[in-house]
Write a protein that binds this ligand. Structure first.
Ligand code: ATP
Length: 236
């Protein structure tokens, strides 16, 4: 087991946003976490990446208890988040943005190799490599955010709403790339409101409702689950 959340509770002041979450990710999987607005998806990601501390519970990554480990040290262990809303550096070029993703690494040869891989995976980014990040389209910025996360050579890539605000065709492309990244050996945990895409691409998935996991199963099982269909896929 690569990642394990054991009875994780997270609060914002007096508001408890996660009420004891149990979740696992095995090496090689794509796992999706779906849920409505405010269900606690982003909070779960923050707990895993270390940008929000737990009020109780435990997080284990590759056998190590990382519950209290600093966020930057989690990146060095191979846990990297591509955040919601992309948060690229708008004034820096595409190449500079990608370089920032490798800030925890010192192996310049490996960094150069990974840069080449990312630019091959995203030809658009290669074309626009000298352009400021802020001038890219929404889809291109999302690709840049994913590319930047890959530059840390993560073992587990955390993706927060990779499809947010993108046109359907671009969403397809982003998910194709997520599958490609996974097939190249990176384990993926993604949070999505686009349940259709997430469930059809994920090996396993969890449904989060108001801070609780209410369902889990294979992507295909949940895709055909009547309650999931009604609540998240817009079909009765
Ligand atoms: P969305 O899809 O809308 O981003 P989400 O599933 O990611 O939703 P969270 O952002 O994790 O949900 O929020 C879970 C709950 O915690 C919500 O009730 C939200 O209002 C609350 N919350 C989130 N961030 C904070 C904060 N900084 N301070 C107080 N409450 C917060």
């Amino acid at each position: 087991m690569m990642l394990e959340l054991d009875d994780v509770t997270v609060s914002y002041g007096r508001i408890e946003a996660l009420h004891g979450i149990n979740l696992t990710v095995n090496e090689g999987e794509i796992v999706a976490l779906i849920g409505a607005n405010g269900a606690g998806k982003t909070t779960t990601m923050r707990a895993i990446s270390g940008t929000r501390s737990l009020s109780s519970g435990r997080i284990t990554f590759n056998g190590e208890d990382i519950t209290k480990l600093r966020a930057d040290l989690r990146v060095i262990r191979g846990l990297c988040q591509s955040p919601e809303g992309r948060q690229i550096f708008p004034g820096m070029t595409v190449l500079e943005n990608l370089d920032m993703g490798a800030y925890t690494r010192k192996d310049s040869r490996g960094i150069a190799e990974d840069l080449e891989k990312v630019l091959t995976m995203f030809p658009r980014l290669r074309e626009r490599r000298k352009q400021p990040g802020g001038t890219l389209s929404g889809g291109e910025q999302q690709m840049l955010a994913v590319g930047r996360a890959l530059m840390s050579r993560p073992k587990l890539l955390l993706l927060d709403e990779p499809s947010m605000g993108l046109a359907p065709m671009i969403i397809q492309q982003i998910f194709d790339i997520i599958v490609e990244i996974n097939q190249a050996g990176t384990t993926v945990l993604l949070v999505e409101q686009n349940a259709q895409q997430a469930l059809s691409r994920a090996h396993r998935a969890y449904v989060l409702e108001t801070g609780r996991i209410v369902k889990e199963g294979t992507g295909q099982d949940l895709l055909h689950d009547p309650a999931v269909k009604e609540a998240y896929l817009g079909v009765a």
